[in-house]
Design a protein around this ligand. Sequence first.
Ligand SMILES: NC(=O)c1ccc[n+]([C@@H]2O[C@H](COP(=O)([O-])OP(=O)(O)OC[C@H]3O[C@@H](n4cnc5c(N)ncnc54)[C@H](OP(=O)(O)O)[C@@H]3O)[C@@H](O)[C@H]2O)c1
Length: 270
Amino acid sequence: MTDRYAVIGQPISHSQSPAIHAAFAQATSQDLRYDAIDVAPEALTETLKQLHADGLRGLNVTMPHKAAVVEQCELISERAALAGAVNTLSRTDAGWHGDNTDGEGLMRDLTRLGYTVEGRRVLVLGAGGAVRGILGPLLAAKPSQLVVSNRNPWKPEALAEQFKAVGSITPRTHLALKGDRYDLIINAMSVGHSGSMPRLPDGLVADGGACYDLSYGAAHAPFRTWTETQGATRIADGLGMLVEQAAASFDIWRGVRPQTDAVLKALRAG
Ligand SMILES: NC(=O)c1ccc[n+]([C@@H]2O[C@H](COP(=O)([O-])OP(=O)(O)OC[C@H]3O[C@@H](n4cnc5c(N)ncnc54)[C@H](OP(=O)(O)O)[C@@H]3O)[C@@H](O)[C@H]2O)c1
């Protein structure tokens, strides 16, 4: 019997996960099938039960279900509990075990790019679900300062409180960043999907500073344009993170970590 996996989300037709996992399976000689399944929020509970009954071995979870899935898990990992968000489900006899590989995916891609966090001033733009997954690993990498800035000012404040046992986060609004300088700016806003960028003060990128966007494809364009107007020379999109978080999920499910370079190269080639 071929082991079955899937990614659930809405919308899902654009997902690159089936192609990424098919490439990993081929490269590691694993016999598996991986589908993309469109799931509406109101159908989440029933669908998870059904997919478990159907014998699926694991699921990736994407927008808008990452937070809601936490309550549907029998067990969750420490990092998923800290994030309050799950992107990887593994089958157990009783139900689903939840984990979160987003932060690991980001950190591996930053390492691949040669972007340093330790001792650096780091700014995260946005305070949504993805940010909850990356803050733990970012704090563990010991930045000299970690600032989270968001349109809605309450969210960074809540995150600073939630993560205070792990490390210090400074909450800010975008306009209050005026006069700051950062060695690494990580964009985790979803606004690129609508082709725009909110107003940010000029001068945020320190000399030689690096910029990283969790978004990729067309959604990356507005942030890239902004970084270029700021004179940044080191700019990366989130395609590498996407591949790395998928590799971490694959490892959890199959016990083998696939090579990511060739898959990333193939995705970039289109
Ligand atoms: N590369 C990867 O592997 C990977 C993994 C996960 C996510 N992502 C990407 O990361 C991005 C964020 O995902 P998410 O799950 O965190 O989304 P989310 O939970 O919906 O959060 C969206 C964030 O964007 C901000 N935002 C949205 N519209 C805005 C606007 N017009 N002006 C200013 N801020 C705005 C929101 O601010 P408010 O709180 O003020 O609304 C919030 O902080 C998405 O583009 C997603 O595709 C990539």
